[in-house]
Ligand binder design. Sequence first.
Ligand SMILES: NC(=O)c1ccc[n+]([C@@H]2O[C@H](COP(=O)([O-])OP(=O)(O)OC[C@H]3O[C@@H](n4cnc5c(N)ncnc54)[C@H](OP(=O)(O)O)[C@@H]3O)[C@@H](O)[C@H]2O)c1
Length: 237
Amino acid sequence: MLAPDGRVIMISGANRGIGLAVAKTLYDAGFNLSLGARDPDSLAEVTGGWAPERVLTGRYDAEDFETHRQWVAATVERFGRLDGLVNNAGIAEDVSVEDENDEVLDRMWAVNVKAPLSMTRTALPHLRRCGAGRIINMASLAGKAVYSDGIGYSMTKFAAVALSHATRHAGWDDGVRCTALCPGYVATDMTTDVETMAFDQMIEPDDIAEVVLTLLALSNKASIAELVVNCRADVLY
Ligand SMILES: NC(=O)c1ccc[n+]([C@@H]2O[C@H](COP(=O)([O-])OP(=O)(O)OC[C@H]3O[C@@H](n4cnc5c(N)ncnc54)[C@H](OP(=O)(O)O)[C@@H]3O)[C@@H](O)[C@H]2O)c1
């Protein structure tokens, strides 16, 4: 297993929800972290009390690729290396088959697919250099199965799974491993309005964080390409 010591991990959308849980768990495990958020000030509460030499915060606006370049550059300048990227930030909005709501659909493509692709492109040269780079894309069970006609989010998460496989192929020879992490419902702000499942029956963000910790510990010879996490007896898995 790979030890956390000295390894530098970037996490987008680290200010709340799953990203926040991942940040706390990885920090406690000993990783150095570069946390990205639309409003970096929103990370102050997270990092208060943390050793300043182990953490950097940066602006990550999914739809502004220049923030991606600046955040990655600042991370490498500060730590001198990059070992992992957790493409976590995402949005879920309603677009069904018969909606013609292209504005919302375009926004989901931008945040859930094009931004992780941009971050992957920007980070990949640095991840290749370390010989055991890791990318974890926070996809979704909605990227593996379609449960209703509300397909906008699902389309983008299927694409995030495709991106993960393509990234795995692209980086493999240089030791970069990529996982599409596909949880069912997780109890965060994103799911407070869900009516088909009780909030307290959903996956805890901390449990997803433990899964991320395990993925980061696996050697180059034990890569998990896709990982589905269930909180109920879902149709497909
Ligand atoms: N919750 C679930 O049931 C579930 C299940 C499977 C997969 N996921 C995926 O897990 C990831 C995290 O979800 P979550 O449940 O933690 O959601 P959340 O609590 O709503 O948090 C979403 C995060 O994404 C950030 N974000 C949204 N739009 C952004 C943008 N345009 N630019 C930069 N950051 C942006 C948010 O930042 P702000 O605070 O600035 O808005 C926030 O940090 C998402 O990719 C989601 O699709 C969630």
